[in-house]
Design a protein around this ligand. Structure first.
Ligand code: ADP
Length: 757
């Protein structure tokens, strides 16, 4: 609906009373009779302040005179407008007083309460706001306040700051009592309290919220007492958390840099270096005026300035870590190598707040590095030397391993083959690769020669792995890949690690197939020889025995012939007869000696203790004829006893002594000397003469039967004596030999068993 123009007839017809009643502003009609009529808005308002409905109760006393003047003017027909103070608000009201029907019409227009506007405004910004009376009762609160404090507006209104329900704390966690709240402080001091941090307990979230509280006291101008206090607060819980974290990080960072460096400094985000820099000053001796801006560069070694500045500018430009090394001049003028690092420190919004940098003295590190380098160089030298040595040894051992005719295995502590040389592989028919990594025993040493399984416990190689003792095995078998046994001899040598602990073994194996064959052949040969010796002795015995009979016949007839016809034939015949008798005699002695030799057998020997002295007295009797004849001599010094058969030993010594007497130098008397001494289990007997001697090449031969060095005409004999001597000596378990120099005499040596003590 469009209202008609005020001057129009249509407007005149409008019901004025209805219009006044609908107006939201208070309107009062003052009749000429003093009667006051109020519209609905005025009635409602007046009722709040005056029980009697007195219109003037709406106005402050100070405004009353002006209102009275205006009414008087209206009654005179003038319309007046006056500014008035209204009781329930600080905002000024505009009162229009106009003449009407003999009276006056009063229209009050009140501006909106600025507090209400403020409450709404704050609400829009998310800030809580309350208005408290001087007794701290809450008169007004916006929705944000209710939200932040965790209660409804109705719950908030009427509460005061001392209400025990409030739970508030300072940032350090200590209690924040009601009488010290910013609003109360503002009321008491009439000073604005700005951005006071305060933690309040949020009953719904059951957690603390952090507020930043500003309280503004309001007082009536000129009055000393406050009228109200307006409190505005922001919820800074999230910001607070971030700041706490930031502060924590920064504290940690700072303590870190302090702990690890000598100089800590800071700079503005734009790289500007400004005092105070206490540690920088202390180290460099620069004054603030000297280092300010880029003056610090002057303390850097001239050669390091350019790259230092370039790096610093780059870091500042990119907001990146600054890291450089340079020499920094100490207060005493000495340049010290420094490791420099700086980092940009950002605030909670990610904005660069400052640079924090450190200078760390590198001289100690440098010295350590230098020492380390020297040490490394020396070590490297030693390693190289060692490597060369090793290479040489390795080459050598590889060569040895490869070239060795013997099989060589390396075993680890468990008996697994770690290496094998070609000879080992060849010997056992495996490839080297096949042997390495295999338990050696299982592969090639699993059974004995007779087919019994070879238990690991009885294997000498494994015994060495266990006890670290070297072992030599002369006869064993290892098994060829093709299943046959290879007869082997081997030596197991333990190996040790750097700590000297047994780590395995090296086995050197020899294939003894050939050796065994040779031994077997030798054995066969010996047996053959012994057999043919026996045959020969048998033959000698039989032959000499059987020869005796015809010889006896020849001897008898020769003797008969001589007895009967000697001197009856011519002289030549007599000489022939003599030759025949001589030959028969010699033949007889030869056969007897041969028979004696053949009869000598080990089995018949009975050994008893015999004194050499006793034997030599017998020998002296045997050779008495020779001794008496030509002034020869026999002496002896034989204190020992021997184990032997006396008759054979007498024969032995008689042979040696009579040879010594027989083979004397022409025209010189023979002297034979016999001595003895004990040597261990044997008695060493020497028979020495001063005779013709024997050339070395005959020393062996003279012990064989029938071997003689002279014509019978020169020295009689049949060449059986020394052969018999040797046989007797050897049957006694002794040995016979000689040393001799031709023309100077001979010494025959023999050993015979001593009497066991
Ligand atoms: P024979 O009956 O010839 O003495 P032997 O067997 O006793 O036989 O000695 C063999 C040879 O050894 C002798 O013929 C002699 O040439 C040499 N012979 C043995 N004993 C001596 C000795 N004491 N001095 C020099 N030659 C010796």
């Amino acid at each position: 609906m469009i209202l008609p123009d005020a001057g129009s007839a249509a407007f005149q017809t409008l019901d004025a009373a209805a219009l006044l009643a609908a107006l939201p502003d208070p309107v009062a009609h003052l009749g000429a009779d003093g009667q006051v009529t109020l519209n609905r808005a005025a009635q409602a308002r007046v009722a709040q302040y005056s029980a009697t409905g007195d219109w003037m109760a709406l106005f402050q006393a100070s405004s009353v005179p002006a209102i009275r003047d205006a009414v008087q003017a209206a009654l005179r027909g003038e319309t007046r407008q006056v500014t008035v103070q209204v009781v329930d608000t600080a905002a000024p009201g505009l009162l229009t007083v106009a003449p009407a029907s003999g009276g006056a019409l009063l229209h009050l227009h009140v501006a909106r309460d600025p507090l209400e506007v403020a409450l709404e405004l704050m609400d829009g910004l998310g800030l809580g706001m309350t208005v408290q009376a001087p007794d701290t009762r809450i008169l007004l609160a916006n929705d944000a306040a209710a939200r932040i404090l965790g209660m409804t507006r109705e719950q908030l209104l009427g509460r005061d700051s001392m209400d025990p329900e409030w739970r508030a704390v300072h940032p350090d966690g200590t209690d924040f009592p009601g009488e010290t709240h910013p609003s109360v402080q503002a009321l008491r001091t009439l000073q604005v309290q700005r951005e006071v941090p305060m933690g309040v307990y949020h009953p719904q979230e059951q957690d603390w919220r952090w507020l930043q509280v500003t309280a503004i006291p309001r007082r009536v101008p000129g009055a000393t007492q406050p009228k109200q206090v307006t409190t505005v607060f922001a919820d800074v819980t999230e910001k607070q958390a971030m700041q706490t974290e930031m502060r924590r990080r920064e504290r940690r960072y700072r303590s870190l840099v302090r702990a690890t460096s000598q100089i800590v400094w800071d700079a503005f985000p734009d790289g500007d270096f400004q005092p105070p820099q206490a540690e920088w000053e202390a180290f460099t001796g620069q004054t603030p005026a000297q280092y300010r801006g880029v003056g610090w560069l002057d303390a850097i070694h001239p050669d390091d300035r350019a790259h230092t500045l370039a790096e610093w500018q780059r870091a500042v430009r990119d907001g990146d870590v600054y890291s450089v090394e340079h020499r920094l001049r100490r207060a005493d003028g000495q340049y010290v190598p420094m490791q420099v690092r700086a980092v940009p420190v950002t605030d909670e919004r990610g904005q660069l707040g400052e640079w924090v940098g450190t200078h760390s003295d590198l001289s100690a590190i440098r010295e350590a590095e230098q020492a380390l380098r020297a040490l490394n160089a020396e070590l490297e030298g030693r390693v190289q030397q060692r490597t060369e040595d090793l290479a040489r040894v390795t080459r050598f051992s590889t060569l040895l391993l490869t070239a060795a005719g013997e099989g060589i295995f390396g075993l680890d502590g468990r008996g697994v083959t770690t290496f094998a040389n070609p000879a080992a592989a060849r010997m056992l028919g495996y490839s080297i690769e096949r042997m390495i990594g295999q338990p050696q025993h299982d592969l090639v040493h699993h059974h004995h020669e007779d087919g019994r399984p070879y238990a690991l416990a009885e294997c000498p190689i494994h015994q060495t792995l266990r006890d670290g003792q070297t072992r030599r095995v002369e006869r064993d078998v290892m098994w060829h890949a093709q299943g046959h046994a290879v007869p082997v001899a081997y030596v197991v040598t333990p190996t040790h690690d750097e700590q000297g602990q047994p780590s395995g073994a090296v086995v050197m194996v020899q294939d003894i197939t050939e050796r065994i064959r040779a031994q077997e052949q030798l054995q066969e040969l010996i047996e053959d020889l012994e057999r043919s010796n026996q045959d020969l002795e048998q033959f000698a015995y039989v032959a000499s025995h059987d020869l005796q009979e015809p010889l006896r016949t020849v001897g008898s007839y020769t003797e008969l012939l001589a007895r009967r016809y000697q001197g009856q034939l011519d002289p030549r015949a007599d000489q022939y007869l003599h030759f025949m008798q001589d030959a028969v005699d010699r033949m007889r002695s030869l056969i007897q000696d041969l028979l004696g030799f053949a009869r000598l057998s080990r089995a018949d020997l009975t050994l008893t203790p015999v004194a050499l002295d006793t034997l030599l007295r017998g020998v002296q009797q045997n050779v008495r004829g020779t001794l008496d004849a030509d002034g020869s001599s026999l002496t002896w010094d034989t204190p020992d006893q021997v184990m032997g058969q006396a008759s054979l030993l007498t024969q032995l010594l008689t042979n040696l002594v009579s040879n010594g007497l027989k083979f004397h130098r022409p025209g010189e008397a023979a002297h034979v000397q016999v001595t003895s001494r004990r040597e261990g289990d044997m008695i060493h007997v020497q028979v020495r003469d001063n005779g013709i001697g024997i050339a070395p090449e005959y020393h062996a031969r003279i012990f064989e039967i029938f071997q003689r060095l002279h014509r019978r005409e020169t020295y009689a004999g049949n060449g059986m004596g020394l052969a018999i001597c040797r046989k007797i000596t050897e049957h006694h378990g002794g040995r016979i030999w000689l040393d001799s120099t031709p023309d100077q005499g001979s010494t025959f040596h023999l050993t015979l068993p001593a009497v066991p003590s």
